[in-house]
Write a protein that binds this ligand. Structure first.
Ligand code: AP5
Length: 216
């Protein structure tokens, strides 16, 4: 099964993709995490992505698509994949369709997470990420047991540099102009399911899993 999680910055794509992938024994692929990992390691890919990420702009399609398709080709992906943050525009969506078609596969379902603008700002401004394993926390909604330390690996928690007011504004603009057209792209063939992303993490993941069950 190939799933895509769509939604505005802060809608909970990463949180839900990790949770649902864990519950359904699938692989979670986050393009943002792949870039942040490359950035942390100082690789060529990280250097290419850095300035775009800092401004909240999309990293060029050829760089992003190659990175994600390479990850998708890994053997562990045979058990099913949740894509979070990719595709981000029509060019990326078409490249994904083409690559999957070559393997006689397709995007099975797209989950659109819907959250109010006010809640998105609260979520992004309180988010903390583990520098080591990229686990996601929120200072109010899901704080770590020990302040500043990851529950899972003990790594240091940090605030993403693109979670500042100016960059959030630009990321939301980029989402509206470049990513939102994917809603219709996936709605037309009947692949889109809209899920209200507010409520506890388990409540939202329960709704997503229910949608997937009904679809089978
Ligand atoms: P990316 O990392 O993909 O960022 P994004 O799309 O802006 O999404 P976020 O990660 O900000 O939010 P999310 O929806 O995953 O929310 P989360 O689960 O963390 O991309 C970053 C950058 O990389 C881009 O700007 C671009 O430069 C580049 N990039 C990435 N992919 C690209 C692509 N395909 N093409 C080109 N460039 C690309 O949750 C947010 C907070 O809310 C957390 O604190 C969480 O704990 C909390 N929370 C989550 N769910 C709940 C809940 N139910 N209740 C209460 N709090 C909750």
């Amino acid at each position: 099964m190939y799933l895509v999680f769509l939604g505005a910055p802060g809608a909970g794509k990463g949180t839900q993709a990790a949770d649902v992938a864990h519950k359904l024994n699938m692989v979670h692929i986050s393009s943002g995490d792949l870039f942040r990992d490359a950035l942390g390691k100082g690789t060529e890919l990280g250097k290419k992505a850095k300035s775009y990420m800092e401004r909240g702009e999309l990293v060029p399609d050829e760089v992003t698509t190659q990175m994600v398709l390479e990850r998708l080709a890994a053997p562990d992906c045979a058990r099913g994949v949740i894509l979070d943050g990719f595709p981000r525009n029509l060019t990326q969506a078409q490249a994904l369709d083409k690559a999957l078609k070559r393997e006689k596969k397709t995007v099975d379902k797209v989950i659109l997470l819907e959250v109010s603008g006010e809640e998105l700002i609260k979520r992004l401004s309180g988010r903390r990420i583990c520098r080591n394993c990229q686990a996601v926390y929120h200072i109010m909604n899901s704080p770590p047991k020990v302040a500043g330390k990851c529950d899972k690996c003990g790594g240091e928690l940090y605030q993403r540099p693109d979670d500042n007011v100016e960059t959030i504004k630009n990321r939301r603009e980029v989402y509206s102009v470049q990513t939102a057209p994917l809603i219709d792209y996936y709605r037309k063939p009947g692949k889109l399911a809209e899920v209200r992303g507010e409520g506890g993490v388990d409540v939202v993941s329960g709704k997503i899993i229910e949608v997937l069950r009904q679809d089978r």
